[in-house]
Design a protein around this ligand. Structure first.
Ligand code: NIG
Ligand code: FE
Length: 431
């Protein structure tokens, strides 16, 4: 039985009421806090918090981890609802090609990009893939990530897609952070299906989705809906089959082209629509209609922006301010992958959100915590400081205000990371 006491916190941030499950529009700037505060946790869950002036005290000091957070902020750990963390190799040679002038699409057309990653992953033993991904996640937990969604999509055959999802399952079973997995077999058309695209979609719909659902290897299904990748009609087939097997959509749409994928995602009850770098005016209306009448009272589709991808590829940033002005919710994610966003650092995402998407620090923190948790169906577990939620928390260094987090881009201002009430990264607050 592990117990935790944090006392003297400069402030607890993100004290949202229990029934707040998603923030939208003007509400995104609402980051409730308690200054000069305490927090307790037991068996990994938050049991209480409040101002020091009203601290009830502790009678049993045995087995109690005590953190003095004087001068430090305590906030919910980062949730990252869109990553491709399982991959076989980095692609820095393509990065150099990009510097020389090739575009993401040029590189893909030469057999690079996703197909390059798929060739390498097919040849790599499952254990090697696991060891690499585990090391990546260990680094990300140190940087404050307490939940991560991981996609397949570098397998592009039944065997290799299942291999990727088994790796994600082992990560989920072995690491302290929360992991959700997504089947992204429709990430690129495998070359062997070049002249029979329908057969590949059949394989996904008839074989992979039922099998993955039955074996509990994924909770969501994804499609890269984009020119030269998968069409809206193909995505609809896949989302429909996913729904029939309990896998909701979390889809790549509007990265380079607006094809109508948002409307299809809304129609098939997708939890999130991710990327959105290229938006037609009609896409905003579709999103508004979709979020106002979500299927069966469920959340979604939640617009999820990936500013690390825009930064790395030099493509437009998603229209964050326009989405918020239209009253929509917004989540942020890293898109960690070897081709378009080779960093899973959510502190950097927070900075880019303020610098490039023009989010206020409060909006960006909410988009990386509460709304990000919602975009991976974890909002009842994580994303805010609330009694009963997981005590997966960040304790900052001694800083003057929370705005210093996004302001100090590239700097590490985290002192301590707690995951389920246990210290994962121990800093000065715990020493
Ligand atoms: O989210 N857009 C498609 N998929 C990834 C990139 C994958 C890759 O290039 O390896 C993305 O940007
Ligand atoms: Fe992605």
């Amino acid at each position: 039985m592990s117990r935790l006491l944090i006392k003297n916190a400069k402030a607890l941030l993100g004290i949202h009421a229990q029934d707040v499950r998603l923030l939208a529009g003007a509400g995104m700037a609402d980051l409730p806090q308690i200054t000069d505060a305490w927090l307790t946790a037991k068996n990994g869950r938050i049991t209480g918090f409040g101002p020091m002036a009203e601290w009830p005290g502790i009678t049993d000091w045995n087995d109690l981890v005590v953190v003095d957070a004087s001068g430090r902020y305590v906030l919910p750990g980062w949730c990252d609802p869109h990553t491709h963390t399982v991959f076989a190799a980095t692609r820095e040679e393509e990065f150099v090609d990009k510097i020389r002038g090739l575009s993401y699409q040029d590189i893909a057309a030469r057999g690079g990009g996703i197909l390059n990653s798929a060739r390498k992953l097919r040849d790599m033993p499952e254990d090697d893939l696991y060891v690499q991904a585990e090391a990546r996640l260990a680094e990300l937990m140190r940087l404050g990530t307490v939940a991560v969604e991981i996609k397949s999509g570098y397998g592009l055959s039944a065997e290799s897609e299942l291999k990727m999802l088994r790796v994600a399952k082992r990560l989920k079973d072995n690491l302290p952070l929360q992991v959700k997995a997504t089947l992204l077999a429709a990430h690129a058309l495998p070359p062997e299906y070049k002249d029979k695209r329908e057969a590949y979609v059949d394989l996904i719909v008839q074989d992979l989705i039922p099998r993955v659902a039955e074996e509990g290897l994924a909770q969501f299904v994804d499609v890269f809906c984009e020119a030269n990748y998968f069409t809206v009609a193909e995505m609809e087939r896949i989302l429909d089959a996913g729904l029939a097997h309990g896998l909701r959509g979390k889809v790549h749409v509007n990265q380079f082209t607006s094809l109508g994928g948002i409307a299809a995602a809304a129609q098939y009850g997708a939890l999130s629509v991710d990327h959105l770098e290229v938006m037609d005016p009609a896409d905003f209306d579709t999103l508004i209609q979709g979020t106002q009448s979500p299927s069966k009272g469920a959340l979604g589709p939640i617009p999820t922006l990936l500013p690390g991808c825009s930064h790395f590829l030099g493509i437009p940033y998603g229209p964050a301010r326009a989405l918020i002005q239209r009253g929509l919710p917004l989540a942020l994610a890293s898109d960690f992958n070897p081709g378009s966003a080779p960093s899973g650092n959510m502190n950097m995402v927070l900075s880019l959100a303020c610098i490039k998407l023009r989010l206020l620090p409060e909006e960006a923190i909410n988009a990386c915590t509460l709304n990000a948790a919602a975009a991976m169906d974890l909002v009842d577990e994580l994303g805010s400081i609330a009694v009963g939620k997981r005590a997966s928390l960040l304790i900052t260094r001694e800083i003057p205000s929370p705005a210093l987090l996004p302001y100090s881009f590239g700097n590490d201002l985290i002192d301590t990371v707690l995951i389920d009430g246990a210290p994962f990264r121990t800093g000065e607050a715990l020493a």
